[in-house]
Design a protein around this ligand. Structure first.
Ligand code: BG6
Length: 485
């Protein structure tokens, strides 16, 4: 008699990479780029400090850099993030780094990389480069024999529409098996985002009210109080919809909307999340409001007549048994009044108005609020009676907040997972393509981006989009308990 093997449990390291050999080198393409200096060097330093990175790190980029330049760049990047508090770890990191400069289109670049890899047999190649170069580098790796037993970690956005995502998946599969392809969405490595999955399925009280009968609408906001910085070139080819909505915000929606995983394993989570993307109704032009902050066209590397959106708000429908008829509102923008990410799950009001003030003007008597950034918190809102003879109450929140200091940063977590072969927090081909299919119709068919003033909440049309559901909720100012801010 044969016995069925139990699937891997939902514990770190227990994804498809269980028992897989660790990568014995990390290759970072785009070593001289913005992403590397902002996120990757600090992550590598943290990994060395934690003792989870001790293999060679080979940086590849087109800039010609000597050892001193490389060291200087790494130091400057770390100092921007905070003081270098562990000199030994810093020296160790520098000792692990080797640098190869070259054109990604030339075979000699990959030959030089091969030489720099020395005896390493199982490198992880991380593509922290503009999406237009992904295929070139993947093909270069294949042609140079550098894909054997290797992994490839691909930054988002994975493709720029459905057709290019399908093409990129095909190009990647021509060189790497799916199990060796790690599509990064760093939101999936954030503690507050992982808590969405945990909070939903580690508790039983939410499930009975988590559906169309009890939820009136859901809104998700990712607000940033800064502009595009020096990333004009990248941003012109992306815009808010491609840059953060099709990936970061959709991942949040998927975790909130997914059905309970059918068994205890990450594969079940992945498949239920992909199910949400498949159930999303493709967007129509009037579901979307695009905005552009005044002054964007004067940014470096931005076209003088650019129509690229730096703000995007949309109304989304998930045509599933659970969510039919519930609108999901998503918005994100640069140069908004605050820097915060938050979800508000608006519950339906009580069916009978027994007390005059039981339903506030915005209809928000009861809701669940997930604060994702800058702190992680969950708030359950309810009305509570004021002392006295009258039946008059106040709106209160039961506020659960988490201190997340000291944990791994998303890139530290995700690079470590990919090097260990653990794909649990990465997106699958199916999910990526299904998510593109939702936004594809509006990538070309949309109204012109509307101007908005820096420091405002985007164009007024974004408010009109959600007016029937009580408007966008206020993200700031607020006064959370002292421990939480
Ligand atoms: C990146 C986008 O993926 O995510 C940026 O390219 C955005 O435009 C960033 O600012 C937001 O992520 P985080 O972790 O910095 O809030």
């Amino acid at each position: 008699m044969t016995t069925a093997t139990r699937p891997a449990p939902l514990t770190p390291g227990a994804g498809r990479g269980e028992g897989a050999p660790r990568s014995d080198a990390l290759v970072v393409f785009g070593f001289s780029g913005d992403l590397a200096s902002k996120k990757i060097f600090p992550a590598l330093y943290a990994m060395v400090k934690r003792g989870t990175l001790a293999v060679p790190v080979i940086g590849v980029a087109s800039s010609i850099l000597g050892n001193d330049d490389v060291n200087q760049r790494v130091r400057a990047s770390l100092e921007l993030a905070g003081p270098i508090d562990d000199a030994a770890a810093f020296d160790k990191l520098l000792s692990l780094i080797r640098y190869v400069s070259g054109d990604y289109r030339k075979a000699e670049t990959f030959a030089a990389l091969k030489a720099a890899l020395g005896t390493a047999q199982r490198p992880a190649h991380y593509l922290a480069i503009p999406p237009a170069l992904f295929e070139t580098v993947i093909e270069g790796l294949g042609a140079a024999g550098l894909a054997k037993d290797a992994r490839v970690i691909v930054e988002k956005p994975f493709g720029r529409d459905l057709a290019s995502a399908v093409e990129l998946n095909a190009a990647a599969h021509a060189v790497f098996p799916e199990a060796s392809i790690f599509r990064i969405d760093h939101y999936l490595g954030k503690e507050a985002i992982m808590n969405l999955l945990y909070f939903r399925f580690a508790n039983s009280f939410l499930e009975p009210i988590w559906d169309r009968q009890h939820v009136a609408s859901v809104q998700v906001t990712l607000a940033e109080d800064f502009g595009i910085g020096g990333r004009g070139g990248f941003y012109e080819s992306a815009g808010a919809l491609r840059d953060v909505i099709q990936n970061h915000l959709f991942q949040i929606v998927a975790l909130l909307a997914m059905e309970p995983p059918k068994y205890q394993g990450y594969a079940a989570v992945q498949s239920e999340k992909a199910g949400v993307f498949h159930a999303m109704r493709p967007l129509a032009a009037d579901d979307v409001v695009r905005g552009q902050y005044d002054g964007y066209r004067q940014e470096k590397d931005v076209a003088a007549d650019s129509d690229v959106e730096t703000f995007c708000a949309l109304r989304l429908w998930i045509d599933s048994w659970r969510w039919s008829g519930v609108p999901w509102y998503l918005r994100s923008g640069k140069l908004l009044p605050t820097n915060a990410a938050e979800v508000l799950v608006q519950l339906r009001p009580p069916p009978q108005k027994l007390f005059d003030d039981a339903i506030p003007n915005d209809g928000r008597a009861n809701y669940v609020r997930f604060k994702l950034q800058p702190v992680s918190a969950v708030a359950l809102a309810a009305r509570v009676k004021r002392p006295g003879k009258g039946f008059v109450g106040d709106q209160r929140e039961l506020y659960l907040c988490e201190e997340l200091q000291g944990g791994e940063t998303p890139y530290e977590r995700l690079l470590g997972d990919a090097m260990a072969g653990d794909g649990a927090l990465f997106t699958s081909q199916d999910a990526v393509e299904a998510a593109w299919a939702v936004v594809d119709p509006v990538l070309a068919d949309h109204a012109a981006a509307l101007p908005y003033a820096p420091g405002s909440w985007g164009p007024a049309a974004a408010d009109a989009l959600i007016a029937a559901d009580g408007g966008w909720h206020e993200l700031a100012p607020e006064a959370p308990p002292a421990r939480c801010d």
